[in-house]
Design a protein around this ligand. Sequence first.
Ligand code: SF4
Ligand code: SF4
Ligand code: FES
Length: 818
Amino acid sequence: MVKITINGKTYKCEEGEQILKIARSNGVFIPAICYLSGCSPTLACRLCMVEADGKRVYSCNAKAKDGMNVITSTPDIEDERKAIMQTYCINHPLECGTCDQSGECELQNFVFHMGVDTQEYAIKDTYKPMQNWGLIDYDPSLCIVCERCVTVCKDKMGNNALKTVPRNSEPFDKSLKETMPKEAFAVWNKFQKSLIGRNDDGLSCDSCGECAAVCPVGALTVSSFKYKSNAWELTKIGASNPHSSDCELIYYDVKPASIEDRKDKIYRVSSDFDFGELNKAARFGFDFHNEKAHKDRIVLERIIKAFKENKIKNIKFNSFITNEEAKMLSILKDKFDVKLVNKEAKKYQEFLKEFSKYSGADLYNGDFDTIKSSDFIISAGSFLRHDAPNISYKLNNALKINKASALYFHPLKDSVVEGYSKNLLGCKHSSNLDIEILLWILQKFGKNLPKWLQDKFDSEFENIKKDILVDKKETQTKIVKKKVKDEDGKEVEVEEEKEVEVVVKTKKEILINVSKYSKMLGLDEEKIDKLLDKKTKFSLIIGEDFITSKNAILLAKLTGLIQKYSEFNVLIIPPRTNSLGVALICELDEMMDGKTLGYNEDGDITLGVHGCDLDAPALNQQEGTFVNLEKRVVPTNPALSYDGYELNDILKALNLGYEYSADYTDKLGSKFKNIKFDDLENSYDNSGKSHRGYKLNIKHTESIEDEFEIISKNELIDEENTIYKANPIGQFSKFTNRASALNSVAKLYAGEEFLKTHSLEDKDLISIDRNGKTLSLRIELDNKTDGAYLPFFDDKIDVDEFFDGSRYSKVSLKRSEV
Ligand code: SF4
Ligand code: SF4
Ligand code: FES
C-alpha cells in the first residue's frame, strides 16, 4: 500500500493503481468518457487529464506512486475540458428529443457540466447512413468515437468484433493547432478521422449487446428499444440474470405497456456495465413471462388432495427456480416423503459432495475475482462461451489486462477462445480423455501430495525420443579466392581448396522424461512451461462435461485434490441458473414409482410457466434469491405482475407455508445466513466491490487422503461420429427460447470440418439416428468450431434420449431427401 494526495486529501492505494480508479473508489469526481473499468485505456477523450506532481497526465492511464500529489482541476484543465466537449458537439445532430440515450447521455451530461453554451468550431458534415447490426443499430452521426465499444468487445467479451474505420471526412483545418486548446485539437483531429466498423462483416459478433450498453451516446442502441421510451419514463427493477448461473446484476426497465393497458411491460434490460457485463440471454431474453396466468382453483385442489392422500410420490423440477422455491420443495419432501427429482442438480450435488470429501472444503474457492486476477488459468470440461459466457469474459479479461496465460481443454475447437491471446493454448483432446487432464494438473502442479499419489505420479513418466538441433563443429572444404602473381608478375585471382571449420546445426536424438498424461493429451510441455514463466496466481475452471461424465465421481475427487494440494483456485460451474442453490438446499433423489408432480417439467400433473395444468410465475415475475457461480446469494425482484397461483400457494393450502415467498429467504438452511430478503443489497460500488446479497462461507473439514482406484469408465470413442450436447450462444433453456429476440428452432450446429467429413452442407436437412431413435433437423454452420453440437433449448425435441446423461454421443448422420 502507498499513499497519494488528491486535491489535498490523502488516500491509501496500491502502487501502480490508476489515478482515476483511486479517485472513483474514494468518491472523487474526475470527468472521463472513454475509459471503462477493467479495460485498457484508449486515451480517446482526454477529459480525465489531471496534474500529478505538477505534470499533465491522463488519470485513466497514469499510475499512482507513493507520495504523489494530484490536482484534478485547474483553470487550464477546465478550459481544455470545455473545448473538448465543444468539439464533440460539432455536427452532432440536434435530435435529443427523439434520441434513445436522451436523459442518460454522457455527452448531454458533460456538455451541461462543463457549461458549453456556444460553438466556436465548425467543419462541413458528411453523409453517414444508419447501420443495422442485427439486434443493435449503429448511427455514425451520433458517434463520438470514444472507442468504448471497441474496447469492451476486445478486453471483456473477447470477440474483437469492432474496429475504427476511416471517416472519409472533409479536410481538417490544421491551422487550428495554433489557435485551439492543445488537447481539444488532438481529440477533434482524431475524432474527424475515424468511425466504428465491424470486423469480418460481423461474423465475430455474438450479439451480446454490451457495446450498446457502454456507448455513452445514442450511437449504438438496442434495435428493439429504438423510439420506444424515454429513459426517464422507465422504472428500474434490480434483479439477477435468470438464465445462467452468473446471475449477473440486471435491471428490468419497465413502464406501462400503453395508454390503455397500464400493466407494466419490460422495455429493455440494463446493467452496471463497468463491473457486471451481461451475456446475450441476460440482455435480450427478458419477455419469457407467463402473461395469461389465471388461478385455476380446481387444479390447485386436485394437487392438494393428491398430496394429502400421499398419491404424489415425486416432484420433478429443474434448476430455474429460486432458493425459496427449493426450500418449499424440501418442506414438501419432509412432510409427504416425496422424492425430489432434478437430474442435472443431482449430478452437480454428487460432484460437490465428493469434491468436498477430498478438498476438505464444502465449496470450491474460486470466483470471478480469482479468475480476473489470475495470471495462469486452465479451463477444462466446458464449451465455455456457450455454457458460461460470463466466465469466458473474465478469462479473456485476465489474458488481456493481466497478461495471463491459459490452457483451454475441450474436444471441440473454439476459434474465438483461441483468438483471445497468443498466450492461450487450445488443447483439443479426445472426448474420452477427462481424468487424464486432472491427473496431469495434479502431477505437474500438486505439492505435498499423499504418498500413494506421489508414488503413482513418479511412475507415470516415460522416456521418449526427441530430435533436437545442436551446434556441431565440422571441417568443410571450401573454395577460396586468392591473389597470386603470374609468370609476367601480374596480380591475378585464382581459386584454391581450403579446409575450414564451421558450426552447423545438426539433429540429435535425445531421451526426455515426459508425463504419460501429457503424452496422451498431446500437450506441448515446452510451450506450456514458457507460458508458465513467472506466473503465480492460478485458476482452474471445471465445466459440465466433467459433472456429467461417466467418471464424474473420480473427477470430483481429483478436483478436490487439486484445490487442496495445488495453488489453483477452483471454480466448478453450476450448469443451470440455480443448480448450486438447489444442490445446497434440497436432498435430491432418483424417481420412484407413482404419480409425479412436474414443476416446469413433465409430470402427471404439471405446474409451470407455459402450457401446464396449473400456471406458475416465470422468474421475472418472482421475488427470491439464487446462489450464483460465485457462491453469492443474490436477490431477484419481480418486474411484471402475475395473476396465477405460486408454489407457495400449495404450501399455504397444506398449512406448511409462510405468507410470502420472500419469508423463506432467512430460513434457507444451515449453509445460509439469516438475512431477510428486504435487507439484501444488489449493487456494485464505485470501486467495483460487490454489494450483491451475501457470499456463502466456505466451511473446512477433515479431508480424505486414502488411496482410490483410478480407472476410466470412458469407452473408446469414434470421434468422427460423435456429437456434443450444447446450446448455441445466447440460448440456455426453453425460457430463453421463449423470449422474442432469441426464439429459434433447434438445428445441428456444425463446423466446416465436420460438414466436410460427412459430405454435408449448411442448411441441409439431416436425420440423426441412435439406438432406433431418429431426429430430423437442419444443419447450421458454426464457423467457430470444428465439431457438431445438438442443442437442448428447444422443448419441441427431446435430445436427452440421444445422450444417456453425458454430453457426448455417437450417432449416425445422413442427409434426408426433401
Ligand atoms: S459507437 Fe458509441 S461507444 Fe462506440 S465509439 Fe461511437 S460513441 Fe463510442
Ligand atoms: S454485440 Fe457484443 S460481440 Fe457484438 S460487437 Fe457488440 S460487444 Fe462485440
Ligand atoms: S478517460 Fe482518460 S482519456 Fe478518456
